[in-house]
Design a binder for this molecule. Structure first.
Ligand SMILES: [Mn+2]
Length: 354
């Protein structure tokens, strides 16, 4: 299971922002002890992504964070996740631009084909007039860690102007079950973060408990804090079910082939006012997709209006939903989970038939 560092957000408005995000990537590479070659590759990839945003879309965002993953033999991998999003014109001939040497920015850029070649994980979603989203991981090591049972994508960013995020999320695996919590501390800023962090800290230590027990523990742990909206989902693929308990405004939805189910949270504030605690169970299958988000994301999104996005890596799905539905006046969190085994990453996904 991957562990995720704090996501850093860079809002790009002009070329001066490109250097800022490149330097931040350099700092992450040093922290994670990337060798010179890998650090250089990360810098190239970030520069290309950031330059493309400024050049083609005018503005957009780059999100960076450190990743850590231990494999079965206890060997630790460190990597950097790069997400680049814009609402620009989109790339009209994705296949052409994915070929090595075909640059989208004329003679200076390295081109998307090179970005893909330098990245261990790469997925892109672009649609005409609706922008481009890019999701990349570069590991410090030559080889990437072995694929785990779960594919996870997550965005968790503070409202503009705040240093810390008042939302938080955590994922923990026990055998083949996966427990996910999304928590939104009341309001935003440091006090909201204290509440959200106290809630998500329980996930690893309570990974064998049911969602309702975890929620009850969170209620106790959050006494004296501002309180939070908290939703806990536990996916059990062997028993083809997902168990769920939530209090407050966290939206959780499971998508199946052809239909979807919203999981119901009760009103209340964990740590303050837990009126009703109820656990629900829904079906899970190996093609299902879980999407959970805080109320910093508008609920009016519809996956059907994004052709092929469902097949993309969850990191890309989270990025597109954040890009298009972030309310902009609250912290925003989206977590997307699916089982591995679906073909992703190696095919190109177009948002429209260009
Ligand atoms: Mn909120």
């Amino acid at each position: 299971m991957i562990s995720y560092g704090t996501q850093l957000v860079f809002r790009l408005e002009d070329n001066s922002g490109v250097a800022v995000v490149r330097r931040a990537g350099g700092a992450l590479a040093r922290e994670l002890q990337f060798d010179e070659t890998r650090a250089g590759q990360l810098a190239l990839v970030i520069t290309e992504a950031a330059t493309n945003i400024v050049k083609h879309a005018g503005h957009g965002e780059i999100l960076l964070r450190a990743l850590h993953q231990k494999n079965e033999n206890g060997i630790e991998f460190s990597g950097v996740e790069v997400i680049a999003i814009d609402k620009g014109p989109g790339i009209t001939n994705l296949n052409f631009h994915m070929e090595d040497g075909n640059s989208t920015v004329g003679s200076y850029g390295i081109g998307l084909g090179t970005v893909r070649r330098l990245s261990h994980e790469f997925d892109i979603y672009s649609s005409a007039n609706n922008g481009t989203a890019l999701w990349i991981i570069i590991w410090a090591e030559a080889q990437k860690p072995a694929q785990s049972l779960w594919q996870i994508g997550a965005i968790c960013v503070p409202i503009e102007g705040e240093e810390v995020c008042g939302d938080n999320w955590a994922i923990a695996a026990s055998q083949r079950t996966l427990t996910l919590m999304v928590a939104d501390g009341l309001g935003h800023g440091p006090d909201a973060a204290i509440a959200a962090n106290a809630a998500v800290a329980l996930v690893t230590s309570h990974v064998d408990q049911t969602p309702s027990v975890i929620l009850q523990r969170a209620h106790t742990a959050l006494q004296g804090t501002r309180g939070a909206a908290v939703a806990v989902s536990k996916i059990d693929p062997d028993n083809t079910c997902i168990n769920f308990a939530g209090v407050g405004n966290i939206s959780v939805c499971v998508f199946y082939t052809g239909n979807a189910r919203h999981l119901l949270s009760h009103n209340g504030i964990v740590g303050n006012n837990l009126r009703k605690l109820q656990e629900f169970s829904e079906a899970w299958d190996s093609n299902a997709l879980l999407i959970a988000h805080s109320d910093g994301i508008n609920t009016r999104w519809n996956l059907d209006s994004y052709p092929y996005l469902r097949q993309c890596h969850p990191g890309l799905i989270a990025a597109v939903l954040y890009r298009d539905f972030s309310r902009g006046r609250d912290d925003a969190t989206v977590v997307v989970v699916r089982e591995t085994g679906m073909a992703t990453g190696e095919t190109l996904h177009h948002g429209s038939d260009l």
